[in-house]
Design a protein around this ligand. Structure first.
Ligand code: FUB
Length: 470
């Protein structure tokens, strides 16, 4: 079904591209064609909605990068950029290839809905050629409208919508006077809007009330690292402190740092590191920070679905917290990510919270298709994996399904909260090279939100894809 939807979406996008070429050639019926284009986008959106994902990375059916998370209409909306692999006539090999933007939303930060493509490079009236460099965007709400800011070809465009998921109508011209990439917006408490952007250094300007023109000449933010700061400013305000966050290459690749001020225009003072460099070696990290239902979150990207090529990235989220003086506590990169997972879902325990020091390995289920996800292997005695925040509800789930394979056969224990916590089930895993779903009765009835431990005590090798309760 998923594959059919994707084929359908890509066909519709092809139709959309053809349509756009025609649109560029004639101006007489622009309005009519634009309406058709909006209809086509909404149609794709309808079919792509209601796909469910959880853990890190947040999106498992396409590459996503540069996530700007915003709270609109009681949900978190994420506006990432969209990496695609280069192909003949479509972008440059060994570099970023980005031709459109999707928007995703979630109420629980576990299940994400893809609303489909909201803007394609061929729909930007002022872009005279397809450059495949639709880089890090942002979206803010002002005066009853959603303003989507996107950098392409070193200029910054705006598209406007009535809803956070579009349809977005691009403005005829880019923002005059703002040359650079990665717009990061701040709507202050008094309603004033500021746009930050990068071009080797970070600039800021106030926006006019119409949100599509600068209201003041750009001002370079001073006191930031003199070298290694080239992109990705994201500003936000909390308790009267203005935070300017940015990726910075202190060593070999980007890490996340920030500066603080009492004024959106500065002066800013460097305040520390939010996130260390990725062990994966992903060169970029691009971030946003958002408060949702009283909890702060950091969104960023890594290259989970493309370990050997860091221009095909994937977005992630982590919990974030502050010290009493307003400084930010360093966040930790995890596979588990944020949110609570329903015990009845296919719990991807390879996105673990913790593992035993030895004998555990995570690898792709299918070597040639990373989008199929991962498996976790427990090899040998006393190996375990912990997966936090599983919601068992109140109704009493009675059995567990485990998708597993094993070259030796083995036995796993599923326990609650800690390695020697209450035993939920013992599951016999038969010797089998093929994946099998094995069902076992629960020995006690769990309720509420609990952490899971899966333990293997004997000297066996067991592979697990997912576990789920019913
Ligand atoms: O995604 C392309 C560029 O890479 C972004 O504009 C930067 O922030 C970096 O993530």
């Amino acid at each position: 079904m998923m594959r059919q939807l994707l084929v359908f979406a890509s066909k519709t996008q092809e139709m959309q591209t053809t349509f756009n070429i025609v649109t560029e050639r004639t101006n007489t019926t622009n309005m009519k064609k634009y309406t058709l284009y909006l209809l086509a986008l909404s149609f794709v959106g309808l079919f792509l909605a209601n796909q469910s994902f959880a853990t890190n990375p947040l999106i498992m059916d396409q590459f996503t990068a540069d996530p700007t998370a915003r709270v609109f209409e009681g949900k978190v909306y994420v506006y990432p950029s969209h990496d695609i692999p280069a192909s003949p006539g479509r972008g440059r090999t060994n570099w970023f290839v980005m031709e459109d933007y999707h928007v995703f939303s979630s109420e629980n930060l576990t299940d994400w809905t893809d609303h489909g493509a909201i803007l394609n490079q061929t729909n930007v009236p002022w872009l005279k050629r397809t450059s495949f460099d639709m880089w890090a965007p942002d979206c803010v709400f002002k005066n009853g409208k959603y303003y989507f800011y996107f950098p392409v070809g070193g200029r910054i465009g705006v598209a406007v919508a009535d809803k956070p998921y579009g349809p977005f109508k691009p403005e005829e011209k880019p923002i005059a006077g703002a040359n650079g990439i990665d717009p990061g917006l701040l709507i202050d408490k008094d309603g004033s809007a500021y746009m930050f952007w990068a071009r080797g250094r970070i600039s800021v300007a106030k926006l006019k009330d119409n949100m599509v023109e600068l209201d003041s000449p750009p001002q370079v933010i001073t006191n930031l690292p003199p070298r290694g700061l080239i992109e990705g400013p994201f500003p936000f305000e909390r308790n009267g402190i203005y935070y300017l966050t940015y990726p910075h290459v202190q060593n070999k690749i980007e890490r996340l740092e920030y500066a603080m001020s009492t004024n959106p225009l500065g002066p800013y003072k460097q305040a520390g590191v939010i996130l260390d460099e990725a062990d994966s070696g992903c060169w970029t990290v691009h971030q946003s920070i958002v408060e949702y239902k009283g909890q702060w979150y950091l969104f960023y990207h890594d290259k989970d679905l493309s370990p050997n090529f860091d221009k095909n990235r994937s977005i992630r989220a982590e919990y974030l917290s502050f010290n009493d003086d307003g400084t930010i506590k360093k966040a930790v990169r995890t596979l588990r990510g944020v949110g609570i997972v329903d015990a009845r879902s296919k719990i991807q325990i390879d996105r673990y919270s913790a593992i035993s020091k030895e004998g555990v390995a995570v690898s792709f289920l299918e070597a040639t298709n990373p989008f199929a996800g991962w498996k976790i292997s427990l090899n040998g005695k006393n190996t375990w994996v912990r997966f936090d925040r599983v919601d068992f509800g109140e109704n009493g789930l009675k059995s567990v399904n485990v998708r597993s394979a094993s070259s030796t056969g083995g036995l796993i224990e599923i326990r609650l909260d800690k390695a020697d916590g209450p035993l939920l089930a013992q599951v016999e895993i038969g010797k089998s090279a093929d994946w099998k779903i094995i069902n076992a009765k629960l020995q006690s009835i769990p309720t509420g939100i609990r952490d899971l431990f899966v333990i293997q005590n004997a000297n066996n090798d067991v592979d697990l894809d997912w576990i789920g309760f019913e």
